[in-house]
Design a protein. Structure first.
Lengths: 231, 546, 115
């Protein structure tokens, strides 16, 4: 197999199919490790929610469902643009690829922007994890624009509410770090796309970054109902 | 006989090693790195044993003692035992056994190595700047409140975890995708089955350690109370998290070791391995069952009675696949043509010492017995018999078995035998005594002890010095062989797996002509090579010569 | 230059499929929010999780092309999820046994707990 015909074939692989399949299996194994990483956090969530449901019932009301829902929609749409971008790279549609990757990146910025608004509001209202939990009682009453904090409908505040915020910040924080990492990876792919590096004969980096981005979306699909929609 | 151009001298200079993509060079670098860690961990062990030779302070105070056994445990577990066989021997041998030119992702392989280095630097840095005194298990709430360098150490371990994950990932993909035509799963050498089982655990279990350590760091740095009762948290939850990884981790330690034993026993007794499929599938069974028994570390932690009973029952089941292997090895030896090379001596030693270690695991798995033995020296002796008497002995066997292939030189067999004797006597003196001590109630991690235990501690410490002497002798003759060893033939021991059908040391691209895979345990294909020494294959004439 | 070349390896997902999946995902997001306004008692969590699993499956099968890939990739992901569920199940079972014995609301380092 001449290397001019297959410039992207690495020396230790026999065929492009073998290389592609190996790369795919590799990235899926990496995604599996991410699932296990977050799995630990889902376990902590499950333990505390099962044994102290009153904490979750009470504290989740401080989260804004509108913002959370918007973030969900943003990530789902960015998953579409990402999957479409992979398709574009496979078909050699360079301009479309660049546009779609940019839109995906924009979605990432949107998501992190809303995250920033949410975190800022938590900070201002003293709704922080662990020993830093110091709710301003007026948080129960005022409703700043964009962050509707309703007075809790379930009566008296239970003890150890800081546990909820510990889990909230750990899960959304780790997820946010992964979003940022994904945005970094997409930026790198964007630069390479602009240089015309991808086409039908070589698109695997777009494919693999896409898979990572979809995982980030997947995790949020679970985080949203578990944190924001406790009923 | 030694080829002029091989992977060690094909290119030279620091950069050609530091940025190499050659799995053989990466394996050698890992070997040096992990053996260096073994030295560090071993010196810490000698310090611990020396302190314990007499009651009360001997050479250090109590706080230093706590830091010393933590150092010993953390360095040995994370820097040495988990990476050593897979990353050093595995990296070298796996692609060769597959007739491949490299692992699936050579750059990832290099990254694994540098991640190990960075993780090691974090850990060493933590030691230098005051150390950690929590024990290598970092139990909360002590680990979240002690004022020693927990964060630096756990960050180091977190990074080491990624090194392990990427190695495992690489091996899984390599074994799935880079097998040659004709080498179906059940035609692979058993070392590869064991590396596969190990890699499964590395990929699936290590991330849970990662999140555990992140949560620990968050608790210390940010006061997020998941594990601290004073913050509303649950300390037993930490143990669930920690052992969900750390129990499967011990199978990361032992599975590759068992793979080596399968190879060495078969080759050095010139007999086809008995029960190939059973051994192959038992590697997967051990990996799978290993995920179901973590609670047996927590019998007295506050874990519920129901969980205790379930975990105890499951623990008995995990012994079965290991026992299957031992019986198959014994059946292989039976009526074999046994060559007592140093490698074979270590393999036979493994069966004895791992056997003891494994059986005493059953003592500990029995719930009612464990209530008395938990946190005593019985536990310490058990895990040293499996980790040292198992993994380290197997590593020595593998090192002696593949040393001619890796470095093109033969080892002084006479010195090898003497050192093996020292190791065997020293090891059993050190640790068998601890079974007795532990069953009489001597607690572990204790700086001081009651007078009735003095004689046991003395015997144990003397044993450790004898062991150390054995290791220094090994280091001496291995290093000497690199400079003055007799040149090794292509196939000194007559193996039929593919690594034996290329030069010793191999060329940088592994094979001049890639051999076709056949049954790796069919020794009828090999006859003694009068010209070059060792054995030559009837199937491949002239393969590996340049 | 946008000629419709075809890749040597891999499968190209039709655009209509991608849009159909997004549409379904958005609808299911709306459903999951709507469902949270009602109280189904102990089924609340399972309904929410069920919808999430359905949405996740769509992302996995179509956006991440598991439907068109070799089965090994799907097996990898399924095993990892199964392991997470095993971990949660056993740990939950254990904690459920001893949690009731803990002192309710005990957290001396938290100053903001109600007295």
């Amino acid at each position: 197999m001449s290397h001019e015909a297959t410039p992207h074939l690495q020396h230790h692989f026999e065929t492009p199919e073998q290389q592609f399949d190996a790369g795919k299996l590799g990235i899926w194994l990496f995604l599996a490790t991410e699932i296990l990483l977050f799995g630990g956090l889902f376990c902590a969530y499950a333990i505390y929610r099962a044994n102290h449901p009153e904490i979750f019932l009470y504290a989740h009301q401080f989260l804004d469902k509108v913002l959370g829902g918007t973030n969900t929609v943003i990530l789902l749409c960015s998953s579409l643009t990402m999957a479409w971008a992979v398709r574009a790279s496979q078909l050699g549609q360079r301009k479309l690829l660049i546009t779609l990757l940019s839109l995906t990146l924009l979605g990432g910025f949107g998501f992190m922007g809303i995250k920033y608004v949410e975190y800022k509001a938590k900070w201002e209202h003293g709704l922080l994890p662990g020993t830093h939990f110091a709710p301003h009682e007026e948080a129960a009453n005022d409703s700043p624009p964009g962050e509707g904090v309703k007075p809790p409908a379930h009566g008296k505040r239970p003890s150890n509410v800081q546990i909820f915020f510990g889990i909230y910040f750990l899960m959304t924080g780790l997820h946010g770090i992964h979003v940022l990492a994904g945005m970094g990876a997409i930026t790198w792919i964007l630069v390479r796309s602009a240089r015309g590096e991808f086409g039908p004969d070589y698109f695997t980096p777009v494919d693999f970054v896409g898979l990572y981005w979809h995982l980030v979306d997947l995790i949020w699909i679970f985080l949203f109902p578990l944190l924001y929609l406790v009923s | 006989m030694t080829p002029k151009d091989h992977y060690l001298n094909h290119t030279s200079g620091f950069a050609s090693w530091a940025f190499t993509l050659d799995h053989k060079r990466i394996g050698v670098m890992y070997l040096v790195a992990t053996l260096g860690s073994f030295l560090l961990g071993g010196l810490a062990a000698l310090a611990v044993r020396t302190e314990l030779i007499s009651r009360g302070p001997t050479i250090m105070d109590a706080d230093t003692y706590n830091k010393m056994f933590t150092l010993h445990g953390a360095v040995m577990v994370f820097l040495f035992i988990i990476p050593s066989i897979p990353a050093a021997l595995g990296n070298f041998v796996l692609p060769l056994m597959l007739g491949a030119k490299d692992v699936a992702f050579p750059r990832l392989n290099l990254m694994s190595f540098w991640l190990w280095v960075i993780g090691a630097l974090f850990c060493i840095g933590a030691v230098i700047s005051g150390g950690v005194d929590t024990g290598w298990t970092f139990y909360t709430p002590y680990s979240t409140t002690t004022n020693t360098n927990v964060i630096a150490t756990t960050l180091g371990v977190f990074i080491l975890g990624f090194s392990s994950i990427f190695t495992g990932l690489n091996f899984i993909v390599t074994i799935h995708k880079l097998r040659p035509l004709g080498m179906t799963w059940f035609k692979m050498p058993l070392f590869l089955w064991s590396l596969y089982g190990t890699a499964l655990i590395q990929v699936l279990a290590t991330p849970v350690l990662g999140i555990t350590l992140l949560l620990l760091i968050a608790e210390r740095a940010l006061g997020i109370g998941i594990f601290d009762p004073a913050l509303g948290g649950d300390p037993v939850l930490f143990q669930h998290f920690f052992w969900f990884y750390s129990h499967p981790a011990v199978y990361i330690m032992i599975l590759p070791a068992m793979g080596i034993i399968s190879e060495v026993i078969s080759i050095h007794s010139r007999k086809h391995i008995f029960g190939y499929r059973f051994i192959a599938l038992s590697s997967i069974a051990i990996a799978a069952f290993g995920f179901l028994v973590w609670g047996h570390h927590m019998f007295v932690s506050g874990q519920s009675g129901m969980a205790n009973a379930i975990f105890s029952a499951l623990t008995f089941s995990v012994a079965i696949p290991s026992a299957i292997k031992v019986f198959n090895w014994l059946a292989t030896l039976y009526k074999g043509n046994i060559h007592l090379t140093t490698a074979m001596i270590y393999a036979l030693m493994f069966i004895i010492t791992f056997g003891i270690g494994g059986l005493t695991g059953l003592h500990l798995g029995a719930l009612a017995v464990d209530v008395h033995l938990h946190d005593t020296y019985f536990v310490v002796a058990h895990f040293h018999y499996v980790m040292f008497g198992g993994t380290v002995i197997a590593l020595l066997a593998g090192l002696h078995h593949w040393w001619p292939k890796m470095f093109g030189v033969m080892i002084d067999e006479r010195l090898g035998r003497i050192a093996a004797f020292f190791i065997f006597v020293g090891f059993n003196t050190t640790f068998f005594t601890q079974f007795v001590m532990g069953s009489h109630g001597m607690p572990r991690r204790y700086y001081d002890y009651l007078p009735q235990f003095t004689v046991y501690h003395r015997i144990s410490t003397i044993g450790s010095y004898v062991m150390a002497a054995g290791f220094f002798l090994i280091a001496y003759y291995l290093l000497r062989s690199l400079f003055r060893g007799q040149a090794a033939p292509m196939n000194p021991y007559g193996g039929n797996s593919l690594e034996w059908h290329t030069a010793s040391p191999p060329p940088f691209d592994n094979f001049t002509t890639t051999p076709k895979a056949e049954d790796p345990y069919d020794y009828d294909r090999l006859v003694p090579d009068e010209v070059n020494g060792g054995y030559r294959s009837l199937t491949y004439e002239g393969v590996g010569t340049r | 230059m946008s000629h419709e070349a075809h890749p040597q390896v891999g499968h190209v997902v039709p655009l209509s499929t991608l849009f159909a999946v997004l549409g379904t995902l958005l609808v299911m997001t709306f459903v999951t929010v709507a469902v949270s306004w009602f109280d189904f008692g102990r089924f609340n969590l399972w309904i929410a999780l069920g919808i999430a699993v359905f949405k996740a499956s769509l992302v996995l099968l179509f956006f991440m092309h598991l439907k068109y890939d070799k089965p090994m990739n799907a097996i990898v992901i399924i095993i990892s999820m199964a392991l997470v569920m095993l971990f949660i199940a056993i740990t939950l079972t254990d904690t459920a046994q001893y949690e009731p014995e803990r002192i309710p609301g005990y957290a001396p380092s938290i100053k903001t707990n109600p007295k």
